[in-house]
Design a protein around this ligand. Structure first.
Ligand SMILES: Cc1ncc(COP(=O)(O)O)c(C=O)c1O
Length: 414
């Protein structure tokens, strides 16, 4: 049986543990994660690429809770950090500096200095200016820094515009035609060792054709710079593999591998992948309780939860869809409902026109596939303390991040 969250006779269950029991003990809002589901996703992806030398650098931006990072590290995952903070968290989770790639538009001098001093696997530079600054820092520190150039290939990833990153006009990467010149420049620049090419088209990709096109672009570029006498060690295809939030079909890891491996093999380079969402989204649910119910004539039926955009902002930020269901469904019928949060924003709606069945105040409601870009985007808006997080593993469960308190929140203030 597949690992993760499934409905059984007495309600929602995760790997043999009743979700209702955890929620009664820990309270709401709470994020629950299935360690087994994370392991399954990682292993399936890793096996799909077995035919080529590759390394999976888990993208911390999707979810950087230490307990999950440790699960992934134990499986052999490496790390992709998107800020100085994520580098620190990766190190605390036990990743070696040489297992970390550092991406991100707008890296500060402090972040570049940290990266240069640590000896990361690669700093993925986003512009010629950033390369110049990194070179200066490397020379000042007397270090050599391994760099990859992030290419903007101008490929449409067919995803939501807010999470598309590989089109000309997006702020990310170096336009394709400038990359060979920058590479020659890097070689001439003391302190930097150009070792790779990087691309990331966007997130939640449901079609592998753009990923295949990006692999081809990197392979061609690798050939071009190799002809100029520079050896490329690795090609980094970024992340982006989508998940089926709405019971539709997402590309399988096998289809992903089949689409990109021919070009990568031809290039004879080591493949780096930076998946985030596909490894952790289906492994997490957010659970809240019904705080109020409202049904006035001329207005939809509102199911008002004690959780909303402060815990999971994806629906409000880019219209993302998450399945929603009662933790212990009640028998019978009920009108479709607007599932909303308690925040003072009309956009604080988790789901529109949803059939969650009959519910009563106090019932626990699960928002599915919330393991990625959920907790990491949480906020304290309306002075709401952040949710607790629970890891379900080997038939047991434990709180891996306690619920924030108002004292935690005020600890930084005068
Ligand atoms: C550079 C980079 N790598 C990897 C990822 C992870 O993407 P995903 O979670 O879609 O796999 C992102 C996310 O946008 C990213 O910007």
């Amino acid at each position: 049986m597949a690992a993760g969250f499934v409905y059984r006779e007495h309600g929602l269950n995760c790997d043999g543990v009743a979700v209702a029991d955890i929620v009664s003990a820990v309270g709401t809002p709470v994020y629950l994660y299935s360690a087994a589901r994370v392991r399954e996703a990682f292993t399936t992806l890793d096996r799909a690429f077995a035919a080529a030398p590759h390394t999976i650098h888990y993208a911390l931006k999707a979810n950087s809770t230490l307990a999950l990072l440790r699960v992934l590290r134990a499986l052999g995952a490496h790390a992709d950090a998107n800020s100085g903070g994520e580098i620190d968290v990766a190190l605390r989770a036990g990743f070696e500096p040489g297992a970390i790639v550092f991406t991100g538009v707008g890296k500060t001098r402090e972040e570049l200095t940290k990266a240069a001093g640590l000896g990361l696997k690669a700093v993925n530079v986003e512009s010629a200016g950033e390369a110049v600054r990194l070179g200066e820092i490397a020379r000042a520190l007397g270090r050599r820094v391994r760099v990859a150039v992030r290419v903007n290939p101008d490929i449409d990833a067919h995803t939501h515009t807010h999470i598309a990153t590989g089109r000309r006009g997006n702020k990310f990467g170096v336009p394709l035609e400038h990359v060979p010149g920058l590479f020659r420049d890097l070689r001439a620049r003391d302190g930097l060792d150009p070792v790779g090419l990087h691309v990331h088209l966007g997130s939640q990709l449901l079609d592998v054709a753009p990923l295949a096109a990006a692999a081809r672009v990197l392979a061609n570029l690798a050939r071009e710079v190799r002809d100029a006498g520079i050896r490329i060690e690795h090609l980094d295809l970024g992340g982006g593999l989508g998940v089926a939030y709405d019971d539709g079909v997402a590309p399988s890891p096998a289809a992903y591998a089949e689409a990109v491996l021919p070009a990568i093999r031809e290039a004879g380079a080591h493949l780096v992948l930076e998946p985030g969402r596909a490894l952790v989204a289906p492994a997490g649910v957010l659970v809240g309780r019904v705080a109020d119910l409202k049904a006035y004539p001329g207005s939809p039926r509102f199911v008002i939860l004690d959780t909303g955009m402060t815990e999971l902002i994806r629906p409000m930020l880019y219209g993302a869809f998450h399945r929603i269901g009662a933790v212990v469904p009640r028998p019978g019928e009920a009108p479709v409902s607007e599932i909303v949060g308690p925040l003072c924003e009309t956009s604080d709606t988790l789901g529109r026109e949803r059939a969650v069945g009959p519910v009563e105040v106090g019932d626990a409601i699960a928002v599915f596939d919330a393991g990625a870009y959920g907790m990491v985007m949480a906020s304290n808006y309306n002075r709401r303390p952040m949710a607790a997080e629970v890891l379900i593993d080997a038939g047991g469960w434990r709180v891996v991040r306690r619920r924030q308190t108002i004292d935690d929140l005020l600890a930084l203030e005068e």
